[in-house]
Design a protein around this ligand. Structure first.
Ligand code: C5J
Length: 221
């Protein structure tokens, strides 16, 4: 018996056994002062609203036996996977790889690269380290999902219009049903959050569906 999710532009039947919760980049580098997000001039407190809904999704996903996948954006310490076009752009207070209060900015193994403690992965939950904005680019995420027969992705995290959006676009082209959980996503630029959600569900769901954490919890309960 499939579950039924209240979503836009239309309700979505889904099977919990082929559904994964995909949590994008809930890292200290984006959510806490002194990391990559703040180095770009952003107010990182704007991302805090996504934490309690994501925690609630994590709890219900674990209780329901869903596959939970976490992602982290970051680079090798020698920056060999960071293209110059990414390293040199803009006028940040500290560039990728430079030292900051949470270690080198956006570098794997540094404290800032960690997922925030409130959403820490549990043993057995895959953590996908990605050098790009999309979670499929240069990672084994597709293999991880295929091994579990995943067809539907419940996607949340930060930021809505950057890494969440890029990942949903990649996933949509790969044939996954993607549901973006609106209140469990956030952006430094609130109007981009709203526009990003609107783009997902426009034109009959051109990239997928938009729902909210209460609806996901009700559908899985
Ligand atoms: C950004 C991300 N915003 N995780 N990364 O650079 O959305």
């Amino acid at each position: 018996m499939p579950n039924l999710l209240d979503a836009q532009p239309s309700p979505l039947p889904f099977d919990a056994s082929s559904t994964a919760l995909l949590i994008i980049d809930m890292q200290r580098d984006f959510l806490e002062p002194g990391g990559f997000g703040e180095s770009l001039g952003n107010d990182v407190s704007l991302l805090a609203s996504a934490v309690p809904p994501t925690r609630a999704l994590l709890d219900v996903a674990r209780a329901s036996g869903l596959l939970v996948v976490h992602t982290r954006e970051g680079h090798r310490p020698d920056l060999s996977d960071a293209p110059p076009a990414k390293l040199e752009r803009g006028e940040p207070t500290a560039r990728i790889g430079q030292p900051g209060p949470m270690g080198r900015i956006l570098i794997r193994g540094e404290p800032g690269h960690d997922i925030i403690p409130a959403l820490a992965p549990q043993d057995g939950e895959p953590v996908i380290d990605k050098p790009g904005k999309g979670a499929f680019y240069a990672t084994d995420l597709a293999d991880v999902l295929a091994a579990r027969g995943i067809a539907t992705l419940l996607v949340c995290g930060v930021t809505t219009e950057v890494c969440v959006h890029t990942t949903v676009r990649e996933a949509n082209d790969r044939g996954y049903r993607c549901v973006v959980v609106a209140d469990a996503c956030a952006s430094y630029i609130p109007e981009f959050h709203a526009a990003g959600l609107a783009m997902i569900k426009a034109q009959g769901g051109i990239f997928g569906w938009v729902s909210d954490s209460d609806s996901v919890i009700a559908a899985l309960g």
